[in-house]
Design a protein around this ligand. Structure first.
Ligand SMILES: Cc1ncc(COP(=O)(O)O)c(C=O)c1O
Length: 456
């Protein structure tokens, strides 16, 4: 089927209206009007009406190399001609092996063993199971609990949703996996003067002691927490978390579903902050979403109880390591490396930061935070007191500001999980031209939002 901007658009809209169930979308009055994105090129996407948008969210933090790279997808087509599919259940195939070796060559330290999945939630779910089985095999069968952070999003499977620290997302499905417990995230915006930001790391230690160190299997955290508005770690946080995990034989899982493949200006988020996790979970930018794929990357230490043994990691997905996705991932990594895409993000991250920080003079902008190509703008009712908005006003902001930014040609996320934040996470090929375009949309939209909400 060809989707074009001619009369077939009406037909496609009708199909969507009648049959398509949108994810995380209330299928009420706004759903039929959901923008129909039909084409992408570089940093831009186009809707069925012919409008062009700057994809300031890289299509959910995914399209790191930008849109329209048919050559990357063609690597999948070539693979299909050779071997369309074989699974990784007790069989190997060349592309999965090549990709695993390529990934192991890029990861820091001894993160050398790659278990493929079909996406981020599956990666997190797999890491939970791996941590539990690891401890059972190494003589600590009671180590089953997982510590995650408040406000963080780790996916939708019943384990991953249990780690997700957003009550609203869990309550419809309770009871979720037992044994997931939460600690504060590292948002320092409302700390009082003199407060030590490393208290957030000590909270992890206190929680381990409270739960009982013999019962805690892993700590799962993002290098920069997405949900809540791109929350970076305070200086020294990750080093302290690593020490605490070592003290209690707790595995450190770096959930890099967003923060890997260049998002923070480094291939892996942990490299940005100089810590070495036991497990990395990844997806999204691994293929720049030209094919679905995720991975769990385990250290030699985590793999050791399985190495040369007669029992397996008792876990798998039919599509884990799919040859087409593996071929696409290899082509994507070629682009990230050899076309300097990750280097571009590293070279331009301070220009991006400058642009975002320049918005701080707008009355409604309370805080800007982030790293690399991953920034959040927190909106407040009162800059002096840092007072946030009421739930009703946040809902209003989300709709009105989101619509306004779209009208101005910018797709970004106006998030309301916790505080209201605007999130920016463009393809890593973006540069000063796109930063200027973002500012040209954000400045008037935020200024007018302040006026509408009576913020002075
Ligand atoms: C940190 C993190 N973990 C896990 C997930 C779940 O990934 P997926 O939507 O591919 O299942 C996401 C999705 O955004 C994420 O940001």
């Amino acid at each position: 089927m060809t989707v074009s901007t001619d009369s077939s658009t009406d037909q496609v809209r009708e199909w969507a209206r009648r049959h398509l169930w949108l994810h995380f979308t209330a299928m009420g009055e706004r759903a039929p009007e959901a923008p129909m994105i039909v084409r992408g090129e570089g940093c831009y996407v186009y809707d069925s009406e012919g409008n062009r948008y700057l994809d300031g969210l890289a299509s959910l933090f995914c399209v790191n190399i930008g849109h329209g790279r048919a050559d990357v997808a063609e690597a999948g087509a070539r693979q299909a001609a050779e071997l369309g599919f074989y699974s990784n259940w007790s069989f190997a195939h060349p592309r999965a092996a090549e990709l695993a070796a390529r990934i192991a060559g890029l990861t820091p330290g001894d993160l050398n063993r790659v278990f493929f999945t079909s996406g981020g939630s599956e990666s997190v779910e797999s890491a939970i199971k791996l941590a539990r089985q690891y401890h059972k095999l190494t003589g600590n069968p009671l180590k089953t609990k997982i510590i995650a952070r408040m406000g963080a999003y780790h996916g939708t499977n019943m384990g991953a949703i249990a780690l997700t620290g957003i009550a609203l997302m869990r309550t419809p499905f309770e009871p979720v996996m037992p044994g997931a417990v939460h600690v504060p995230n590292t948002n320092t915006y409302r700390l009082r003067e003199g407060d030590d930001p490393l208290q957030f790391a000590e909270a992890v230690r206190e929680r381990i002691l409270f739960e009982g160190p013999d019962t805690v299997a892993a700590v799962v955290m993002e290098p920069v927490q997405n949900s809540g508005g791109c929350i970076p770690p305070p200086e020294g946080y990750w080093q302290r978390i690593r020490e605490i995990c070592d003290e209690f034989n707790v595995l450190l899982v770096s959930d890099e579903v967003i923060c890997s493949w260049g998002r923070l200006g480094t291939f892996f988020g942990c490299e940005k902050y100089g810590y070495l996790p036991d497990i990395i979970t990844t997806a999204k930018g691994l293929t720049s979403a030209y094919a679905p794929m995720g991975a769990v990357i385990a250290s030699d230490r985590v793999f050791e109880p399985f190495e040369g043994k007669s029992y397996p990691f008792l876990h798998g997905y039919t599509f884990g390591g799919h040859p087409l996705s593996a071929a696409v991932a290899l082509a994507n990594i070629d682009v990230l490396e050899h076309e300097g895409v990750v280097a571009n993000a590293a070279a331009n991250e301070s220009a991006f930061q400058e642009m975002v920080e320049s918005l701080l003079d707008i009355p409604i902008v309370g805080d800007v935070r982030g790293a690399g190509y991953f920034w959040g703008i927190e909106l407040v009712r009162d800059k002096q007191t840092k007072e946030t908005f009421s739930r009703r006003d946040i809902a209003r902001l989300r709709t009105e500001l989101g619509d306004d930014l779209m009208k101005r040609g910018l797709i970004c996320r106006v998030d309301d999980r916790g505080a209201p934040v605007v999130q920016l996470s463009p393809p890593l090929i973006a540069g000063p031209e796109q930063f200027a375009e973002m500012e040209a949309a954000l400045r008037p939209a935020l200024t007018e939002a302040a006026e509408r909400m009576g913020v002075k």
